[in-house]
Design a binder for this molecule. Structure first.
Ligand code: XMP
Ligand code: MG
Length: 184
């Protein structure tokens, strides 16, 4: 689906498909270099990071392992609650592993700081973060991702994995959702 298919629900296209793919290729090359000679486990955060992960790993030139975690911090609204729950844990024992968490968006930082603490307590060799998007103005808990795709303004965005009430994940672009959609 493209923004053109739902024009009344979208205020603007923030990032096009080609902008996203170009940036993913750059970061993939960086990760290939940084982790050369080490076994890397990518941990995707469900469900938002599914599309990032799918494209990102195909830009990489090294072997990687993938695993997934599902956490809830938002409910169905557009505000982070700060309460994080594990809905699905990793299948992998990550002790001694080099872990790179793949996230769609770093907003307040509540989810990622909790996740880093959780993963860090499992005896990992290293744990770093790749966030496709970051909202610098929204940060409440500082998290220092090693890789960031794009810094974006503090607006609610959808598409490329990001949803509002489970819709818009299949948009090719990252778009600003028109506030009427969520009654804002
Ligand atoms: P925090 O605030 O904990 O949020 O850093 C991280 C999670 O919240 C979701 N999130 C969004 N989802 N558009 C979305 O579709 C947004 O603008 C947005 N901001 C935060 C997302 O699931 C992320 O993992
Ligand atoms: Mg998410």
């Amino acid at each position: 689906m493209d923004a053109d298919h739902v024009p009344s629900e979208i205020t603007s296209v923030l990032l096009t498909e080609s902008q996203i793919q170009e940036r993913l290729a750059e970061i993939a090359a960086q990760v290939d270099t940084d982790y050369a000679g080490r076994d890397l486990l990518l941990v995707g955060v469900l469900k938002g990071a599914t599309l990032v992960m799918a494209d990102f790993v195909r830009h990489m030139k090294s072997h990687v392992h993938m695993d997934w975690m599902a956490v809830s911090s938002y409910g169905s609204g557009t505000q982070s609650s700060g309460v994080v729950r594990i809905l699905k844990d990793l299948d992998t024992d990550i002790a001694g592993r080099h872990v790179l968490v793949v996230e769609d968006i770093l907003d307040t930082g509540l989810t990622l700081s909790w996740l880093l603490k959780n993963l860090g307590s499992r005896g990992v060799a290293s744990v770093e973060v790749f966030a496709l998007l970051r909202k610098p103005e929204a940060v409440k808990v500082p998290v220092s991702p090693r890789y960031v795709g794009f810094d974006i303004p503090n607006v609610f965005v959808v598409g490329y994995g990001l949803d509002y009430n489970e819709r818009y994940r299949n948009l090719r672009e990252i778009c600003v959702l028109d506030p009427w959609v969520y009654g804002g």
